[in-house]
Write a protein that binds this ligand. Sequence first.
Ligand SMILES: [Zn+2]
Ligand SMILES: [Zn+2]
Length: 1173
Amino acid sequence: MYDLYGLGKRPLRLHRAKTCTRSTSRSTRNSPLVYQTDQSPRVCRGCLQMLRRKLANRKLAAHAAAASQPTPSTPDSEARQVFNNINLSPLSTESWFSPKTCGSVLIVLLLHLTGLYLFASGFLLTRLELENRSICAPFAFPSLSSPTPPNTTTPSCWHPKRFDRAVLIIIDALRYDFTIYNETLSSQGSTSTSNSSIPYYLNRLPIFQQTLQAQPHHALSLRARADPPTTTLQRIKAITTGTLPTFVDAGSNFFGQTVGEDNLLSQLLSQNKKITFMGDDTWINMFPNSLNESHPYPSFDVWDLHTVDNGVLEHLYPTLQKNSTEWDFLIAHFLGVDHAGHRYGPDHPAMGDKLTQMNGMLERVFEMAPEDAVVVVMGDHGMDPKGDHGGDSENEVNAGMFIYSKRPLVDVDGEDDGGVKNLLERSYALDVGSDEPFVYLDGLRTLPQIDLVPTLALLLGLPVPFGNLGTVIPDLFLGGGRSGMRNLLEVARLNALQIHTYLVEYSKQRMAASLALGNLNELFESAEKSCEALAVETADVETLREAYLRYLKFTRRALVTARQIWARFDLPLIVMGSVVLILGMLSIAVWAGVYLSRGEDPSYVPSFVGAGIGAILGAIGFVNYFAAQFEAVDQSGLKWYHEVLFGGALGLMIPFLATAIYHFTQLARTSPLRQSLRSPSLWLSTLLLTLHYLKPASDSFTIHEDSITVYIIQIFGLFNLVRSFRLRDDKIRDQLVLYSLAFMMLTRISQISTICREEQHPYCVPTFNASPTTSVAAPEVILALWVMIAAVRGAGRKLLKGADNAEGAGFVGPSVFVPLALVIAAGYWTLDFVDNLGPSATENSVLSSLSAGTVKVYWAKFGYTFGAITPLYLWASDPNCTSLEIVEVKYMDGTTGKRLCVNGVSNAVGAGWFVFLMGVYAVLVMYAKPMGGVMLGVGFLQVMCLCEMVHLWRDRARFAEVVEKKGRKKALPVELLAKVGKGRVEEGDEKSVEEAEKGVLEVGLTFSYLAVLALLAHRYYFATGHQATLSTIQWDVGLIGMLKVNWITSPLMVALNTFASHIFFALAAPLMVLWKRPVLSNTEARFEVEARWVLVAYLAVVGAGGSVAAVFAGHFRRHLMVWRVFAPRFLFGGVEILVVDFVVFVGGVGALWICRKGFNVFLIKLREKGVLE
Ligand SMILES: [Zn+2]
Ligand SMILES: [Zn+2]
């Protein structure tokens, strides 16, 4: 890493490694030839003597010639003289953190952030969670009726209660048409010989029809419309809080499932009511502290039709028989119907059986229902014709809802003026700003599902949850005549007041929403005015009804407006984000290709000027003009800052892209780039990346991404294997074949570890943990971890030794500190394993007196400081993997002399980076869990294969090719090198050598290795126990080394666990250009640039993947699987981009730093040896 050739105008290849007997590195293979002329007894490495002679022979510089004069000085001073002639000054003059050095990564980061932000603000439904609670106190307005009549049992809050208790029976995925009974079909079925003409899901729940006919005053059947995404979690949230769904709730619990907003359950709790729950365990995660009694059953296995239902049935009837002191609110959540749908689809005998079972259950429940209870039977959502759900098709949003009570519930007959029918017809005619069916759909009673929330709350005498947007179901409050209407008016007013309070509070927090919500105020105030004006006690039914309808108009308008604000995709923003992402992806790829082969940084000034101009154009509304061409721009949440960002991003890209294209046309004239464009490697990388990027284009590809990635990686291995056989050089060929095979075998091994996503059942068997139901590793995995750390350490050391870099940091790191760190990490997981065996297993053992759990906590605390930090710190203080030696040599003429030898020059920079990567591995193993540590080790071994493969292809095979192309079919690189070594290079040879050196960094080749690194990052993301779903995040690692959550280190550790593979493979990218790259004239500067641009190239590869995933998610925003598959995939793609950007930013700075630091340390060593003054 020193400027040996500072004087020479022409870079020449020199021998670089230490010994001549090894055969791994290129130079050493050729060394015997090179050194034959010297006939030195102990063959040499980077010898200055050689340099001196060559410089003299070729008369490249006058003072070099002077240095070659035989002077009667000591060899030491001779060496010193040479070094003094070469301008060796520390490289630390330029700051390693400057616009020039960080500009490329900074621009990429800005583009990614802007594109992702614009896209996400159009795509992700966001809503601020308010923590306010409704309180059980009278509203600050005069009550319409006389004060609440004194209640005998418990007092009511806002309105006198009608029921003391409630039973909520959720039959998951109970589609509306499952609940209706079609007589014609039934008779048809009974007359025909077979039932096959009727779908299995129809007429299986006659209980509803029977009850409606037998007790019309006691039952109400409704079609409840769920807001998409129609997933169970979102629906449970909606029917307890009354809010609209969001994908990302911008609240206190960003990724957790716990419901933070005011809800029915928390209102029940605050009134000291008792809640009993049984069924789908999703509830347990959502309401961890609200359930007094719970019988949860796992919802994970969608192929199991009976476990949950049988469990619920076991507890349901005994609970119903208990008296009123034991429970006030009973939740029973059945999953069988949903699972039958997922497994077989709705039209299947299993569905028929399941529904029949449910019918029997309901018969008993209606029979056993306590007198003082209201029973609600409902589906949380429907299902599509295949039995799945999640989207917004009619079949998915229409769920059944049936309300029953032993007390009279509804006034169906109705007097002519006060009846429900009349009221509904009137409300149907209201203009609520939407053509959504709020009252009837196809003539059938229809309403939003969230209407249940205020209805249940007020029926039970509870406050309505603070954020509710539903409207009370009028049928349940409208008794006969004037008093009934008055009751309904009062309830509607409470409902409107609650919604108004919520909207006012929300507008205070989110200014953006205040504008849209502002005009609702007028509606509310006009309703209030008309209500205050009328004399409630005396007004006739018609006046009361008028007042009610005004409130209804307000509450419905509020829901419609809120939906527009929160639950809409914003197409202009999605398009703008996609444009920035896609253009950015293309630009970054072109930049990386161009500047990587130029080995030079461009100027960033025009880009930032362009960004400024673009931002100004955006600010004055230029973007809006174009956005207006899209549909529904007036409904868009497009704001001035979005336009500024969009304009700025385009302005940033265009000048940079223009200069890159200019350089590209220039470069295209020179041979290396032309060769690159024609090279098979470029086609290989194109193929690999196209396959990689197309994965998010289909839901089933995304679901099976983990195994698809393996096949794409194997294409790479196979390509290298086949191509190797065509090489003429036996030794290179054998090595390449060996490495390709090893690489493919390791890829196969990575498939051992799997974690399954729900949709992969039953073809997927999770092996990451000991069993699907634990998060504990199997004992053989612990053993494998120990084997793996030994293997990584051994292989790493062998690789470094082979390149003569087992010196300095190259010795201390892999031999002492990295192994120690690895032992600490593996030791932690072993202790964790022992701890998980439970107390009985550690009895009578050494650990019996001190629990393994305590030991592991302190062990981990020690691990932080030592295991993770020390190796990286030691590396940072001296990343130099070379050593200096003065050896005695015997010349041909019999004289002896001394020579300065530098060991490991040929891989000085690459080795330093490799040692760093070992340190990174040691850190990641600590947080990756045992199986993750093993898998990352497999990945590391693959990186080692890749290092050697890229080196062999780049240096040796290329070199041979160039020589062959020059028409010297028989000239082997060995011969040519020998000539160089002897200093007898002819004109033609020189050109070949030069060209070989220039062609060293073939862009196509480099890109194919970067592509496979990106693929490996994906592969090992899955192998370390993750999937593109939130449920696979391994939260438990956040507690390593501590007894309770620390809000700084815990998220960091979870991030290190989740993105371990992305971090590791991004940091491995520089090795693809640094490994075994010879130090040539001015190369340390070139290395810096290349190391940085190869990282940008890696960003281009990774960023393109995330960008494409985003665009596909935008394209499929109406797809059934958007919330289950595409949106999480986009989220992970986006976070992956940002994580890799960050890692690369740090890594890019690190690349610079290691080049300079290593060089400066080397200078110090020279001084120590007395070679330099
Ligand atoms: Zn569900
Ligand atoms: Zn389901």
